[in-house]
Design a protein around this ligand. Structure first.
Ligand code: FES
Ligand SMILES: [Fe+2]
Length: 367
């Protein structure tokens, strides 16, 4: 049996409890969020040594910086003295200085100075260093993994780094020019299942199905723990596309990286991303970023970002909120997934894939 055959074997949606139970959400912080690759930020935010961005994954405060050798590093955002938070937001520092007792750390995480510590019993400056976290640069997109034994992204998403270049030859030069924040009033799994199936597209997304893609050409193929969406562009595209930019400029594609990030390329090509940050069992803030070549201003990018927010995203937000309410009904029983071995538009094999990866994570298995 092919690894992907199990995603088209008859099965039902997951039990409502996994979308509703706060103690299951607490367990997921360890089993899923702290054990998978999560987005930290874009390399263009760390142009110079000392530049940093801070953020939170699985309830853990973290910051990513560029050190004096140009290396990108991520540390827990906690002082090794008595645990005060080190930095906030984003900015640039020559040294990381703790606001509490002014211990300072070099950009490689090693302790620089601790005031009044010379000769004090039990104090050895050489053994004090911030706790570092695995970081990967994926075409300028920085991902972190709190699991020190995590497998590299190229193993989990095999070939995707190269396939992305086929679709977007200039991906390493893309920079964010717009960011939009949203809140899904649902469990994060409801949000990413909805993102990854297009069975609902014709029914719900009129703008996307008429003005962006040709729905009947839509396929979604699992590649490792990536779901690769692909469709031809609509003949009634509502904005201009640059056919010279890539052999795939007239296609829509997206690369969902299990569990909480997706690269999406609208015909054009217009690169944009989804980053979901689960906050509680029933609430999932997420942000979308929109990119252009070298960060140049682009009316097309802003136009598509606006249309996307007002149509597809707004429509999906209503869907996932309704599903979350429905799951809580005592009348709900999980229904059968609609599974097509051709993995086309009207198939929920991707919901089955997410279910499989989720269950493996919760059971501590590796796929
Ligand atoms: S907690 Fe940071 S210097 Fe004391
Ligand atoms: Fe949708």
């Amino acid at each position: 049996m092919l690894m992907t055959d199990r995603f088209v074997a008859a099965q039902r949606a997951m039990d409502a409890d996994v979308y509703l139970n706060p103690s299951i959400f607490e367990a997921e912080l360890d089993t899923v969020l702290a054990a998978t690759w999560q987005y930290a930020g874009h390399v263009s935010e760390l142009a110079n040594p000392g530049d940093y961005v801070s953020f939170e994954i699985a309830g853990e405060p973290l910051f990513t910086l560029r050190d004096n050798d140009g290396e990108i590093r991520t540390f827990f955002n906690v002082c090794m003295h008595r645990g005060h938070q080190l930095v906030a937001g984003s900015g640039s520092r020559k040294l990381i200085v703790c606001p509490y007792h002014a211990w300072s750390y070099r950009l490689d995480g090693k302790l620089h100075k601790a005031p009044h510590s010379d000769g004090r019993a039990g104090f050895d400056a050489d053994e004090i260093c911030l706790t570092q976290v695995q970081t990967e640069d994926f075409h300028g997109f920085l991902f972190v993994n709190l699991d020190p034994d995590a497998r590299p992204m190229d193993e989990l998403y095999p070939g995707i780094r190269a396939t992305m270049v086929d679709f977007l030859p200039s991906i390493d030069r893309m920079q964010p020019i717009e960011r939009r924040e949203f809140v899904a009033e649902s469990n994060w799994k409801v949000a990413v299942e909805n993102y990854n199936e297009c069975y609902h597209c014709k029914n719900v997304h009129a703008s996307f199905s008429r003005g962006v893609v040709l729905p009947d050409s839509y396929t979604i193929k699992p590649v490792g723990q990536c779901l690769h969406h692909q469709a031809d562009s609509s003949p009634d595209q509502y904005y201009d596309i640059d056919l010279e930019a890539s052999p795939h400029a007239a296609e829509y594609t997206s690369f969902y990286l299990w569990p909480l990030f997706s690269f999406q390329v609208y015909p054009g090509p217009v690169l944009n991303t989804f980053c979901w940050r689960p906050e509680s069992v029933g609430r999932t803030p997420f942000f979308r970023e929109w990119f252009s070549l070298d960060g140049a201003e682009s009316d097309v990018v802003h136009t598509v970002a606006e249309e996307d927010a007002n149509t597809t995203v707004a429509e999906d937000l209503r869907l996932v909120a309704s599903v979350q309410r429905g799951m809580a009904s005592r009348g709900y029983r999980p229904g059968p997934l609609i599974l097509d071995p051709d993995m086309g538009l009207n198939s929920e094999h991707t919901v089955a894939a997410i279910k499989a990866w989720y269950q493996e994570a919760m059971l501590g298995e590796r796929s």
